[in-house]
Design a protein around this ligand. Structure first.
Ligand SMILES: Cc1cc2nc3c(=O)[nH]c(=O)nc-3n(C[C@H](O)[C@H](O)[C@H](O)COP(=O)(O)O)c2cc1C
Length: 196
């Protein structure tokens, strides 16, 4: 089971990365072959809205997004992890998402297949400092429509409130366990318990 885990936090060793690493550990321990991509290390320009992709669903911008398109469309499982920045995902994450407009065009305008891989599922991990009721409403919508555009079922999420300082999440053992369990669930056969 190929798992692509994308870190959208610019803060290495921060709360989002700690949780993503726990999810990767959970997936790995239950049979997942995980690849971690750190968006901060890549050069991904924002979508320029030139709609070159309207011809064949291929983005014209030549940067580090090009190899990532292949990884995104070939993965069986996807984990996106981003902190909340101004009630949204981080700019790193959003640039990557917006560039996938070419895949949205491919799917919904050109009616072409996005991926040859069946039963693709994905999860979203997010961390925020505050605790408001509507804190994750916006990113939930973003992720739901992003996963739909790339032909991935949004099957799981871990949304964590009240973590701000770098590494503060390490004190919250239950949350670390939830991240591990999310990774394990993601690679479990549909309906089966992790490891079954
Ligand atoms: C640019 C920026 C914007 C932020 N906006 C919010 C916000 O809207 N709501 C919130 O609860 N926390 C916000 N935070 C706090 C982060 O979500 C929080 O510190 C989180 O733990 C960071 O995760 P990380 O350690 O993976 O970077 C913001 C932090 C930054 C740097």
């Amino acid at each position: 089971m190929e798992v692509l885990a994308i870190l959208g936090s610019p803060r290495r060793g921060g709360n989002t990365e700690i949780l993503l690493d726990e999810a990767i550990r959970g997936a790995h321990d239950h049979g997942g072959a995980c690849e971690k991509v750190v968006l901060r290390d890549l050069k991904i320009r924002p979508c320029l809205e030139i709609y070159h992709c309207a011809k064949a669903g291929i983005c014209a911008i030549q940067d580090d997004m090009q190899p990532l398109f292949g990884k995104i469309t070939e993965a069986q499982r996807l984990i996106i992890a981003s902190p909340i920045f101004f009630y949204s995902v981080s700019a790193l994450t959003k640039a990557m998402i917006d560039r996938c407009q070419s895949l949205w065009v491919k799917k919904y305008v050109l009616k072409l297949p996005i991926s040859a891989v069946p039963d693709r599922r994905g999860a979203f991990i997010s961390v925020a400092a505050t605790r408001g009721k509507k804190l994750f409403d916006g990113v939930r919508l973003t992720m739901r429509y992003f996963f739909d555009a790339i032909d991935v079922v949004y099957s799981d999420e871990l949304l964590v409130r009240g973590a701000d300082e770098k590494g503060a999440i390490r004190e919250r053992l239950e949350t670390l366990q939830e991240a591990y369990a999310l990774g394990a669930r993601l690679v479990a056969p549909r309906g089966g318990a992790p490891g079954s």
